[in-house]
Design a protein around this ligand. Sequence first.
Ligand SMILES: Nc1ncnc2c1ncn2[C@@H]1O[C@H](COP(=O)(O)OP(=O)(O)OP(=O)(O)O)[C@@H](O)[C@H]1O
Ligand SMILES: [Mg+2]
Length: 377
Amino acid sequence: MRLCALELKDFRNIASARLVPASQATLVIGPNGQGKTNLLEALYVLTTLRPLRASRFSELVRFGQPRARIEGRFELAGAERTIALDITAEGRAASVDGKRAQSLTDYFGGLSVVAFTPDDLAVIKGPPEGRRRLLDRAVFNRFPGHLDASRIYLRTLKQRNHLLRTGAARALVEAFDQALVQAGAEVIARRLALIAEMSDRLATSFEAIAPGDGGCALRYAPFSGALKTSELSLIAETFRETLNERIERDLERGFTSIGPHSDDVELRIGGRAARTFASQGQQRAVILAFKIAELENLRARIGVPPLLLLDDVSSELDPARNRFLMDYLRNASLQCLLTTTDERLVASAAMGQDTRAFFVERGQFRERAMGEAEEGP
Ligand SMILES: Nc1ncnc2c1ncn2[C@@H]1O[C@H](COP(=O)(O)OP(=O)(O)OP(=O)(O)O)[C@@H](O)[C@H]1O
Ligand SMILES: [Mg+2]
């Protein structure tokens, strides 16, 4: 896929903008608080219908305005498509080529985006939720059906938990188990499938980024720890058995204690749990390796690389790792947008390629000739 043009109206602090990105690196340069992340957020929301930062959709509308609009022109499998999203306090409406999108599959067909933000760097040591989100974002990209299964699972879980919390009879609670098990098993199976695809790539890219650190491994850490299969029907069977084993406890505690909503993703460096032992630099290396592995896996499976969004990542990486990332971007033949407060950190990603640079100030974007001084002529 390729992003050919992006148009924004009243999206956060961006009143109006129209950008034509380069086919390779596009730099977005500006001081703090000017709208760099907002631009990437608009692209992320448009292409995934999921927020980049934890927020309500209505927060994306510029203060005092009734609606925000994000419109992107993409080249997808050789055809041009215009995808647009309107956001109001009431909700959002997605369209493809001016017509309301009939289904999510219709809307997403061919879109894929990998985002890397400083928030990602905290997930290694943080609670399991962050690692599940990291994995799920990658799973959504690879298997679009993951979105539906996850939604059905969470909706059913909410209903079951409501019954548990309000002291409903056991039979009533168990009436939800069939739907919970079915959607839950699908969620787990897709997570396992992606991990199986990505593991070797992750090990390879980690070795390139941090040679001599003992290697990196990725493993799914499911509810009972007893999941020894990646086959859907067997996952469902194990999940159902574990739910049955736990029902007394769940009735007592008032919530569903196990399932894909409580599973974890384990990353190991040199055979040790990164969550406990990884240094700051190693955490960054793991996440960088994860994003590159995700991207290269998509390129290999789908045939085209996803759009890469890097939000001020270079300032978080040490010079050697930043150099690794810049070398990768220069040689990887993919389209990326990079934000930065300091152009020097990312300039080498844009050397000798089809690149563009924009300067952003108070939500306004101005294209700059490459290498032009920040103050402008
Ligand atoms: N709904 C909104 N309406 C108008 N302005 C908003 C809205 N939401 C956020 N902002 C403003 O957007 C600005 C932040 O933009 P953004 O997060 O893109 O900054 P940034 O350039 O990425 O900065 P940094 O370098 O600090 O990350 C802030 O000034 C904030 O007040
Ligand atoms: Mg920012």
